[in-house]
Design a protein around this ligand. Structure first.
Ligand code: NDP
Length: 245
């Protein structure tokens, strides 16, 4: 695992947006950030899943979260702009954003990639991330030190047979991260990407249905890197893709 000791209350007074916060790695990251003192903004597609995370955070007596139900497949540029206006009016600034939500599409030979699947993967994993990041950056720049974190994959800088649109989308994600990191290199905003590594979630089960789930990391196991990149300990880190395990 990424070698970092999580310190109590290290995210106190920070407001952090997490996309895909209703399930998998995003859910665990949102709960972890809340437990470390952050106010979390839970963005996702399925409202009932977001509400379950919201209820869990409130039941623990932590800072009251906010919910943003949004389907990244259909969302428009204006939706993201409106969302950021609401964040600024409610919270004043945004200290961190974890762009975690994405879809796998289908694992198929390249010649059989269905155009609709390709378009859906690119819309959710690339276009939505670009529009979201474009809207979020001015909001993130309002904070004294802010962190924008993209989510890549092992197939995000090395292509692999049958990983088709998903692999291509993660290359684009890493490229987007590097472009933003370079543009804002001298600002208060740092931009990085996480490669979570094999982690026991729905997405992983879809890609490897027969795998022994006890052999792979849980979302909780990989949290040190997720916390590090949101904490002030990573203030000097910019433009990196870091492995969570
Ligand atoms: P899951 O499929 O378990 O969770 C994905 C999350 O994204 C869900 O909360 C889902 O919401 C949300 N989401 C999907 N589509 C949309 C959409 N159109 N609009 C809004 N939200 C959406 O995935 P993981 O937790 O495994 O993956 C998290 C990230 O980590 C992804 O970027 C993935 O590519 C990456 N990753 C994961 C690995 C692994 O082994 N698990 C390995 C390498 C990278 P809902 O449930 O409502 O659909």
């Amino acid at each position: 695992m990424f070698n970092y000791s999580i310190k109590d209350a290290c995210l106190n007074n920070k407001t952090i947006l997490v996309t895909g916060a209703g399930a998998g790695i995003g859910r665990t990251a949102a709960l972890t950030y809340a437990k470390l003192g952050a106010t979390v903004i839970l963005l996702g597609k399925t409202v009932s899943k977001l509400e379950a995370v919201y209820d869990e955070i409130v039941a623990l007596g932590l800072a009251k979260p906010a919910i943003i139900p949004l389907d990244l497949k259909g969302a428009t540029k204006q939706n993201y702009i409106d969302m950021c206006s609401t964040i600024v009016s409610q919270f004043g600034q945004l200290d961190g954003a974890l762009l975690n939500a994405s879809i796998l599409g289908e694992l198929t030979p390249f010649t059989q990639i269905h155009e609709q699947v390709f378009n859906d993967v690119m819309k959710v994993n690339v276009t939505a991330q670009y529009l979201l990041a474009q809207a979020l950056i001015p909001t993130l720049l309002l904070a004294p030190k802010s962190s924008l974190v993209f989510t890549s994959s092992g197939v995000g800088n090395q292509g692999r047979a049958y990983w088709g649109a998903y692999s291509m989308s993660k290359f684009a994600t890493e490229g987007m991260m590097q472009v933003i990191a370079d543009e804002y290199d001298t600002s208060n905003l740092r931009t990085n990407a996480i490669n979570p590594g094999a982690t026991n979630t729905n997405m992983r089960s879809c890609a490897f249905p027969a795998e022994d789930k006890t052999e792979i990391a849980s979302p909780e196991d990989i949290m040190p890197l997720y916390v590090y990149l949101m904490s002030n300990d990573s203030i000097e880190v910019n433009g990196q893709t870091l492995k969570a395990q």
